[in-house]
Design a protein around this ligand. Structure first.
Ligand SMILES: Cc1cc2nc3c(=O)[nH]c(=O)nc-3n(C[C@H](O)[C@H](O)[C@H](O)COP(=O)(O)OP(=O)(O)OC[C@H]3O[C@@H](n4cnc5c(N)ncnc54)[C@H](O)[C@@H]3O)c2cc1C
Length: 474
C-alpha cells in the first residue's frame, strides 16, 4: 500500500493508537487528518450548545500537541474544516490514497459519520476501522456486545474472569507524508464562535489538552504524588487536584489510552504497592468500558426519555427551574457549589455529578436529557457514552433497575462536613457554620443578620422545599 489517510477522531494520540500503528505498518506514506466538522458544535435539540469553551480549548490544545508530535516524527497533522465525508474523500482524491484508517466509536452520530465517510469513498479505497478506546477489546468479550448483561456487576465479573488486556502498541518511529499538501490552520475558539472559557484559580487542575500533558498528569498523580495507593479511599473527595485521578478529559479525547494507563498501573503495582486502591482505578475504567459497550448494544434508546428500559415517568419541561439549576442558583448550596464549579472550570467530581443529576431528575423531575445536554456543553471530559449512560442511570431509566434518589442534603453533610467545598464556590456563605452553609433556610431572621447573609438578597431562597420533597420521595 502506498498512501493511507489516518482520520483522527477521539484518539488524539500516537502511543497505543492501533489506527495509526496499522496504517504506518501497511503504507509507505501517511496523511494524518483531523476534520473540524461544524456538526460537532452549535445548539443541541435540548437547548444547550453541543460544545462549550472548556472542551473547545482542551481539544484545540490536544490537536496542537498531536501536530507537534507528528512533526517531530517527520510528519504533519492536516487540519481541514468541513463535513467529515467531504473532507476525507477530498483528501483521498488529492493524494490518491489506497486506504482510510479510522477509529470507530459506539454512539449513533459517530457511527453515522463513519458510514457517510465510507460511502463517499471510491470503491477502490479500503476503509479500515479500529476499536481503540476501551480497556477490553470488543472482540475479546466472552459474550458479544449485543447480548451482554445490562447490569454492571455481572458483566464485569464475567469479563474479568476471562479477558486479558491487550498490550499497548508503540507509536510509529517516523512518518512520511506526501509533498505539497497544505497543513491547514487549527481554528481558534473565536473562529469556531465558541466563547473562551473563564479562568478560575479555584479549578482543581488546569487540564491542558494533549497526549504530552496527559502523560504529565499520569506522572504527577501516579508516580510523583504516589496517590494510587489510596485512590479508593480518596476518590469521593471534592477539593484539590489529587482526590481522584482527573484522567477523564485525556481519556475522553483519546489523548491517553486505557490500555497504556493499565500498564502504568501494573508497573506501579510491581514497583510500589498492589492493593484494593490500585485495583479500584481499573474497576473504574471498567465502568467506562461498560457504558461504551452498552451504547453499542442499545444505540439511540439511550437518548429516549424512558431510556433503554422504556420507563414511564412524567418529565417536566420547566425552563425556568432548569435555568436556575444551570446557573447554580437553586438555593440548595451543595447543588449550586457544584454547578458553579462546572460552569467556571468544566470539571465536577463524580460525587457532585451524581448529586446535581439527582437534584434535577428526582427532586425537580425536570427532563434528565436537558441536564445531560448541559453537561455535554460544559464538561471538559464529555464523552457521549459516559455522560448519557450515567445520566440515564441517575434518572432511573438506565442500567440499574432500582430507582434510588440521592438525598443531596445528607450527602452534603457527609462528604462536605466542614462545608469547606460549599464555601469555596459560594463565597457569599463564607461566614456561616456548616449546618447553615448546607441548609441556609433554617436560619432565623436574627441569625441571618448575625452572619450577614440575607436570604433572597445575598443568596437565593431555595426554589423548592427540598426537605419536604425528600419526605415525599421517601
Ligand atoms: C451524571 C454524570 C455524568 C458523567 N459524565 C461523564 C462524562 O461525560 N465523561 C466522563 O469521562 N465521565 C463522566 N462521568 C463519570 C465520572 O464522574 C467521571 O469520569 C469522573 O468524575 C472523572 O474524574 P476522574 O478522572 O478524576 O475520575 P477517577 O475517579 O479518577 O476515575 C478514573 C477514570 O475512570 C473512569 N470513570 C470513573 N467513574 C466512571 C463512571 N461512573 N462512568 C464512566 N467512567 C468512569 C473515567 O474515565 C475516569 O477518568 C459522569 C458521571 C455522572 C454521575
Amino acid at each position: 500500500m502506498h498512501t493511507a489517510v489516518v482520520w483522527f477522531r477521539d484518539d488524539l494520540r500516537l502511543d497505543d493508537n492501533p489506527t495509526v500503528a496499522d496504517a504506518a505498518a501497511q503504507a509507505t506514506e501517511l496523511v494524518p487528518v483531523y476534520v473540524v466538522d461544524p456538526r460537532r458544535r452549535g445548539q443541541s435539540e435540548y437547548g444547550p450548545e453541543k460544545l462549550g469553551g472548556h472542551r473547545a480549548r482542551f481539544r484545540r490544545e490536544a490537536i496542537l500537541d498531536l501536530r507537534q508530535s507528528l512533526r517531530d516524527l517527520g510528519g504533519e497533522l492536516f487540519v481541514w474544516e468541513g463535513h467529515a465525508e467531504a473532507v476525507v474523500s477530498d483528501i483521498v482524491e488529492t493524494v490518491d490514497a489506497d486506504a482510510v484508517f479510522a477509529q470507530t466509536k459506539p454512539a449513533t452520530e459517530e457511527i453515522e459519520r463513519e458510514h457517510a465517510v465510507k460511502t463517499a469513498l471510491p470503491g477502490t479505497v479500503d476503509f479500515e476501522r479500529r476499536w481503540t478506546h476501551t480497556l477490553y477489546h470488543i472482540n475479546d468479550l466472552p459474550t458479544p456486545y449485543d447480548r451482554i448483561d445490562d447490569t454492571f456487576t455481572p458483566w464485569r465479573k464475567e469479563a474479568e474472569d476471562v479477558v486479558e488486556v491487550r498490550d499497548p502498541v508503540p507509536a510509529p518511529e517516523s512518518v512520511s507524508i506526501p509533498a505539497d499538501l497544505p497543513p491547514g490552520e487549527i481554528p481558534t475558539l473565536s473562529d469556531l464562535t465558541v466563547d473562551s472559557p473563564p479562568e478560575d484559580d479555584r479549578s482543581v487542575l488546569s487540564f491542558e489538552g494533549g497526549e504530552t500533558p496527559g502523560k504529565r498528569r499520569v506522572d504527577s498523580y501516579i508516580w510523583e504524588g504516589d496517590h494510587l495507593r489510596e485512590y479508593k479511599q480518596t476518590r469521593n473527595g471534592l477539593l484539590g487536584a489529587d482526590y481522584s485521578s482527573k484522567f477523564s478529559p485525556w481519556l475522553a479525547a483519546g489523548c491517553l489510552s486505557p490500555r497504556w494507563l493499565h500498564r502504568e498501573i501494573q508497573r506501579y503495582e510491581d514497583d510500589r504497592v498492589a492493593n484494593e486502591d490500585t485495583y479500584w482505578l481499573v474497576f473504574e475504567l471498567l465502568w467506562r468500558d461498560f457504558f461504551q459497550f452498552q451504547f453499542l448494544k442499545h444505540g439511540a434508546d439511550f437518548f429516549a426519555p424512558g431510556g433503554i428500559r422504556g420507563v414511564e415517568k412524567d418529565w417536566r419541561q420547566d425552563r425556568e427551574q432548569f435555568d436556575r439549576w444551570k446557573r447554580g442558583e437553586t438555593g440548595v448550596p451543595f447543588v449550586d457549589a457544584n454547578m458553579r464549579e462546572l460552569n467556571r472550570t468544566g470539571y465536577m467530581s463524580n460525587r457532585g455529578r451524581q448529586n446535581v443529576a439527582s437534584f434535577l431528575a428526582d427532586a425537580l423531575a425536570v427532563d434528565w436529557r436537558w441536564g445531560a445536554a448541559y453537561f455535554e456543553q460544559q464538561l471538559v471530559d464529555y464523552d457521549v457514552a459516559s455522560n448519557w449512560g450515567n445520566w440515564a442511570y441517575q434518572a432511573g431509566v438506565g442500567n440499574d433497575s432500582r430507582d434510588n434518589h440521592f438525598d443531596v442534603l445528607s450527602q452534603a453533610e457527609y462528604y462536605d462536613d466542614g462545608a469547606e467545598y460549599v464555601r469555596r464556590w459560594l463565597p457569599e456563605l463564607d461566614g456561616l457554620p456548616p449546618e447553615y452553609a448546607h441548609r441556609p433556610w433554617r436560619m432565623t431572621d436574627e441569625q441571618q443578620a448575625t452572619y450577614g447573609v440575607e436570604l433572597g438578597v445575598d443568596y437565593p431562597r431555595p426554589m423548592i422545599d427540598i426537605e419536604a420533597r425528600y419526605d415525599e420521595l421517601g
